[in-house]
Each structure stands twice: as C-alpha cells, then as structure tokens.
Design a protein around this ligand. Structure first.
Ligand code: ADP
Ligand code: ZN
Ligand code: ZN
Length: 732
C-alpha cells in the first residue's frame, strides 16, 4: 500500500503530496503519521491510500509510525480542508491545522491517565483478610476500604495506606489495577439547573419551520430577548435524539460558559467546549471526546466550527452578523461559509440566528435562498426597552464636561435605589484614550506605529493597542518638557473610577480585555455579576452580546458615535448592530428596562433607526445605498496590503503590482466597480510601512480573484510582504 501524505510544514514549495509506503503498518486515511522528510522526522496527515505508485519503489520511504489509533481527520474534514485551501488561497498544511488543537501537533499534550484499584467482584473479603499476616494492618484496612468504596484512585490509596500496602496486595492478586483516562474538564464549577420551559407558540413555529424546510440554511431573525436560545436547545435535543451531532458557535469566548451551562443542564457531558481560553490539556481532552463520539455537541467561538464530530445534523451560528466570525489571520475563512460546506456535506441544517442579521444574510432570506423564521416579540411580552437619546453637545454647553449626562446619572441612581443592576458600555479600554501636552499639543505616540498611546492607570503605563508595546508613563511632555499633561477621552478604567466616586456604595465590576486575561476570567466576572455580587458592570463590546442578566434594568451607552465615524462601508451596520445588542441587555425579565444613549450626533439616521429597533427600515435603506455605490453584498471588496520596514521598497512594489493589475483592470473593466491604490489608513504598524490596493469586484468573480491572488503573490518576498483579504472586517 502507498500513502499520500501532506507534511506539516507551511511553505508553498512543500505544498504538495508526498508518497510513502505503509511498511505493513495499518493506516487509515485521515491519520496523523510520523514520516522521514529530508534528514528529519516530521508529522504528516494521510490524505489518500492507493495500491500502486508511479514513483520507482526504491525512492519511496516507509512511514515511521501512526500517531493515534483513531484518525484525527475524517473524509469530510479532509474535503473541507481542500475547499479552504482553494478558496482562502493557503497551503494544504495550513488548512489542515485548523482541524487540530495546536497542542496536539508536535505532541505537546497527551492524554492523562490515572490508575484505579478495585477488588474483584467475586472475591471473598473475609478469606483474604484472614490469610493476611496479623501485622499487615494497613493491607487489611485497604481491603476493607476498597470493598466499601469500589474503584479508588491510586493516588488516594497511596496517601491513606502507603505504597507498600498497595503493592503487597497487588502481588498477592487480591486487588487489581486499571489504567483509565482522566479527563480534564473545563468550567467544572458551572452550576447546572434542571429547569425546563415550555416553548411558546412562536418558538414552536420557529422550530417547525427550521426542521421542515427543504432549504439547508435558515435565518432565525428574533429580537433580543425573544428566546432564540430555547429554539436552539430544542433543535439540538431533537438532533441528538436522532443519533446525530451538533455544533453551536457564539461570537465571544465570554459567552461560552453561559451556553455551556444550558447545554450541560440538558445534555450533561454530551456537550464539549472548544476555545482558545482553555488550558491545553482541557482542549485536548474535549477535542478527543468529540472525535471519539463520547461528546455529541460542540460549543465554542469561531474555531468550534472545525469540531471533529461525525454525522453532523445541525449547526447553529448565534449572532451570525458578528465580525468575529471572520478570521483576520490566514487562513482568512468565513465561519458561515465553512458551516455551509459542512451542512451541505452532511445534509444537515444550518441555523443563523440574530436580532440584527448581516445585510447579505437578510437579503438571501428575502430572496428565498434561505428559509426565514422569525421571533418578533420578547418572551416577557414587554416592549423592547425605551431608548432615551441624550445630546452631549447640550451637556457640554450646560458646562457638563464629564462623560456622564444628567439623565444617565439619575438613571443609575434610580436603578441602584430599586436594587437593580446597570450596564455601562464604552468601546474603549484603558484609562484615557490619549495623553496630550497642554502646552504644545503633542500627543504621545507609539514609536513603531502611527497611532496614539492609551494610558492604563493600573499599570501606570502607556500602551499601544495595535502592537501591544508598553511604555513608561511620562512625567513631562517628551517634546517640550512641560509637566502639564491632559488625558483625552475616557476609557473603561477611568469610567469605573469615576462611577466609584459618584456612587461610593455601589459595587462596580469591569469587563474588558485587561480584566479577562486570566483563565476563565470572563466567566468569573460574569458569574459575579449574575449572582448580583455587583451593581454596575462597566465594559467594552464584550458585554454587549448575548448575555442574559434578568436584573439589569438600565443600560448606559457612553459614546454611541464611536463606530459611526470610521470610514468603513460597514460602519452604519456595525453601529446599528452594536446599539441594538447593548440595548437588548436591558429589561429582559419581568422588570421593564431602559437605555440612555449619549451621542454627539443625535440626528444621525442610523441611531434613529436603532433606537426604534427598525431593522427593516435600516435594511432597506442600507441595501439601496450598497447597491447604488457598488458595495457588498453586490460586490466583493479585495484589499491587497503591502508592508515593509523600508518605505521606499514598499512603495516600489506597490507601484509595480499596481501597473500589472492595471492591465487586468483595463481588459475587464466592467467587472470592477473600483480599482485604486493608496497609503493604508494606518500608515505604519509594528514598524512597517503600509500601502494598499483596493478593488471592488462584481460577483461572481472567483476566476478573477484567483488571477489577482497569484499576480500579487509573486511579489511576496523577504523585505516586502503582501496579503490579500476579501471583504475584510477591518480596513485599518
Ligand atoms: P435571545 O437569545 O433571543 O436574546 P434568550 O434566548 O436569552 O433570548 O431568552 C430571553 C429570556 O427568556 C431568557 O431568560 C430565557 O430563559 C427566557 N425564555 C426563553 N424561552 C422561554 C419560554 N418558552 N418560557 C419562559 N421563558 C423563556
Ligand atoms: Zn509639549
Ligand atoms: Zn504600536
């Protein structure tokens, strides 16, 4: 037998199939194997088996061994990897890595085993004890202990009775030892509950619609608090009962514990969690539980879509509009595209859930390409929370320069007096956004990036939020030496401090990237807040999504304009989504909720639509703008980013590439809605100068895209690197 192997090296030169012989070892397709490669031994994946090879026998080396008994990849995941290789323009090795926990490669983590000891069922305890020496008290106690407790872990026995007693009884054949795998299970302290709910008639209709449609994809469009989760749980339940498996993704790691709790409550250890916040041992064990079929439901952030389950019956992508579903690093895959592939391959159902669907998703649902199921009302029958718009320009004119309007402070006070909870949202972490000299106006900047530094009081340091560089806080302006420094723009750290001063008796938690660094950090904060151990939660967009806190009756949005002023074509859509999501955290149980939204542009149409929860109105206008201006979903935006430490070299390559692409453009002009070349909005990042070529291509365009990809890839080199992004989320 001959094996076709992809070696685990990411380089275009080795991006091909290498042939090995089996050496009479039984190997299945999808298995990981060790193979000789040059003068090294490396890991590879068997992608095919065959009887004959075109290469001369003596040139084919045998594999060394198979790494695991169960093939890590299935036929389906191999096919999917090939699809990702072709559509995301990456090497096969890099596509395959998506399917394996990184710690599995290079054997960094292994299964953990423990030894359990027990007495054989049929053995006679009295006989064994009477045959022991009178002095062997420990052995006697050990036997009695085991007969009472059944199977006991070796560590515990050694501790209580000593290793020699254990050894002695083993040698006599009185007790037996068995090696069992010890699973490292994340979020052990999650409380499950056995509450069951009866679905509402609307939820029942939604479930029915999803199960009965002949379409693969259903958009579940339900307002915040409409009970989408119960619909998901019912669908998962039915799929599991029919013997198939399910994957569910949520947009943020912080949302996984909440969902895991619900899944564990209903499905016990059939649910497994996959995300990068777990310890490597936990991730490894959860992955294998899914792979060997012990677990049937995978839950996690984006990467859970690659879960190694077979016989998939259902995929749920909750908050499908969320930007985190696009990978910003290579392979730049879209979670929804991967999900579609898997759903079609398995003849499974794919459910995209959202209160604010992505424009393209909603368009496809209206076209009839997707099935559309809706949950138009909140479960508690309450209207969506009332949003009060506060014009911050008026506050400034009134002499209020603080980040809080009068309305918001009154709202917080009332909320606290009633024993309820408040959420204060601001999409800026740190203490102050900028540090400015009041004498000369100089703004402290990162030496490696073209961005201003954020002050973090807890570290007393200036941080670059783009490259992570950390600088000492200055005592005086680095330009003119003046000691008068002003903090411009508040971040969550400052807001928390100011609230503490204003409401000294309130317990305030903060959730942002800085407070969630530790393992299960999100979980701890959210848990505390949901157990009402705090009154106010201050946070970034991490707190905007999905969370269900019944006692929250007030949401304050400090700066609703932040994302409106980005020059991205999606800024309106992002703002609408974010505001709807944040507002949706308020008034979710029997208590009515309220939202105070602070803005400097109260007349903005998107804000107006968002506070009326007018998704249809927003969608209609947005779609016609996109159509008129030739933006997605009517075109694909392609950006080629050219980066180098040497500004001139970057510029030269940009010009050369532009000239070459221009020839394609001239020949196929009707397929382009835009073609241009410019400095990137962020001109320098991590000490690299950045240029970009931007195109908007009419759909379908895969052939053209491929030509463009290979044209630019030729210019990739040591000094200048290029990358191609399709509809990037982030155009900095
Ligand atoms: P969404 O995800 O649509 O924002 P959730 O699924 O979080 O909404 O549901 C909102 C609240 O309604 C939750 O507290 C949930 O427990 C409750 N809920 C959902 N369905 C029902 C039901 N059929 N009966 C009673 N309560 C429900
Ligand atoms: Zn100065
Ligand atoms: Zn930087």
């Amino acid at each position: 037998m001959f094996l076709e192997v992809i070696v685990d090296l990411i380089h275009t030169e080795v991006d091909k199939i290498f042939e090995y012989s089996t050496n009479d070892i039984t190997v299945e397709v999808g298995s990981r194997v060790f193979v000789p490669f040059g003068n090294k031994v490396i890991e590879g994946i068997v992608v095919n088996k065959k009887e004959t090879s075109e290469y001369p026998k003596e040139r084919i080396k045998p594999i060394l061994r198979v790494i695991e008994d169960v093939p890590a990849l299935t036929k389906e995941t191999l096919a999917l990897a090939k699809n990702i290789k072709e559509t995301c323009f990456v090497t096969m090795a890099s596509a395959l890595r998506l399917f394996l926990p990184s710690e599995m490669r290079k054997g960094k983590v292994k299964e953990q085993y423990t030894s359990e000891y027990f007495i054989n069922d049929g053995a006679n305890l009295e006989e064994m004890i009477s045959s022991l020496k009178k002095t062997a008290i420990k052995q006697k106690e050990l036997l009695e202990f085991l007969s009472k407790n059944g199977r006991v872990d070796g560590v515990e026995l050694n501790k209580h009775f000593g290793a020699s007693a254990v050894k002695g009884l083993l040698e006599k054949g009185y007790i037996f030892k068995e090696k069992t795998q010890k699973l490292r299970s994340p979020y052990g302290e999650i409380q499950t509950d056995s509450q069951t709910v009866n679905l509402t008639p609307k939820q029942i209709l939604a479930v029915k619609s999803i199960k009965e449609t002949d379409k693969t994809v259903t958009l579940l469009h339900g307002v915040t608090g409409s009970g989408k989760t119960e619909v998901y749980l019912k669908l998962i339940n039915d799929v599991i009962e029919s013997g198939r498996t399910a994957i569910m993704t949520v947009p943020e790691i912080s949302l996984t514990p909440q969902m895991l709790r619900q899944l564990r409550s209903r499905f016990g250890d059939k649910a497994a969690i996959l995300h990068s916040g777990l310890s490597s041992g936990e991730r490894f064990d959860e992955w294998w539980r899914l792979r060997n079929g012990q677990a049937k439901i995978a839950i996690g952030a984006r990467s859970a879509i690659f879960a190694p389950v077979e016989n998939l019956g259902l995929i749920i992508i909750d908050e499908e509009h969320d930007g985190s579903y696009f990978s910003e690093t290579s392979p730049r895959y879209s979670t929804v595209s991967v999900a579609k592939f898997r759903a079609e391959y398995n003849k499974a159902k794919l459910v995209l859930g959202s209160a604010t669907p992505e424009i393209e998703t909603y368009m496809l649902a209206q076209n009839g390409e997707y099935n559309l199921a809706t949950l138009p009302d909140r479960i508690n029958k309450k209207p969506l929370p009332n949003v009060e718009i506060v014009d911050m320009r008026k506050e400034v004119r009134r002499g209020n320069n603080s980040p809080f309007s009068r309305e918001l402070l009154d709202g917080i006070e009332e909320c606290l007096n009633n024993g309820n909870q408040a959420i204060i949202f601001l999409n800026q972490r740190g203490y102050s956004k900028t540090v400015v000299c009041t004498e000369c106006g100089h703004v402290q900047k990162c030496t490696d990036c073209d961005v201003s530094l954020t002050y973090h009081m807890e570290d007393n340091a200036l941080l670059c939020h783009y490259c992570g560089a950390k600088y000492k806080m200055i005592k005086a302006c680095t330009e003119c030496g003046s000691p008068y420094i002003r903090h411009g723009g508040a971040g969550t750290e400052r807001i928390q401090r100011q609230l503490k001063e204003l409401f000294p008796s309130a317990r305030i938690l903060r959730m942002d990237r800085d407070t969630t660094q530790n393992k299960e950090g999100h979980f701890k904060i959210l848990n505390e807040f949901s157990q009402k151990k705090a009154d106010i939660l201050v946070g970034t967009q991490m707190i905007a999504k999905g969370h269900d806190f019944p006692s929250v009756t007030l949401v304050g949005i400090l700066d609703a304009d932040m994302s409106l002023h980005f020059s991205d074509f999606r800024s309106g859509e992002r703002t609408f989504q974010l505001l709807t999501q944040v507002a949706g955290r308020s008034g979710r149980s029997d208590k009515a909720g309220k939202v105070v939204l602070q803005t400097y542009s109260p007349e903005n149409l998107v804000l107006r639509q968002a506070i009326r929860y007018d998704y249809e109105g927003f969608f209609g206008r947005e779609l016609s703008i996109r159509k008129a201006t030739g933006f997605p979903p009517f075109t694909d935006i392609v950006r080629i980013l050219i980066k180098s430490q040497n500004d001139q070299q970057a510029l030269d390559i940009t010009k050369a590439l532009y000239t070459e692409l221009n020839e394609i453009y001239i020949k196929q002009r009707e397929r382009f809605r835009f073609f241009g070349c410019m400095k990137a909005p962020l001109k320098r990042l991590q000490n690299q100068y950045r240029y970009q070529i931007i195109m908007r291509l009419v759909k379908p365009n895969f052939d053209l895209l491929k030509t463009i990809y290979y044209t630019q890839d030729k210019y990739n080199g040591r000094a200048v690197t290029l990358s191609l992004e399709i509809n990037p989320n982030n155009l900095t």
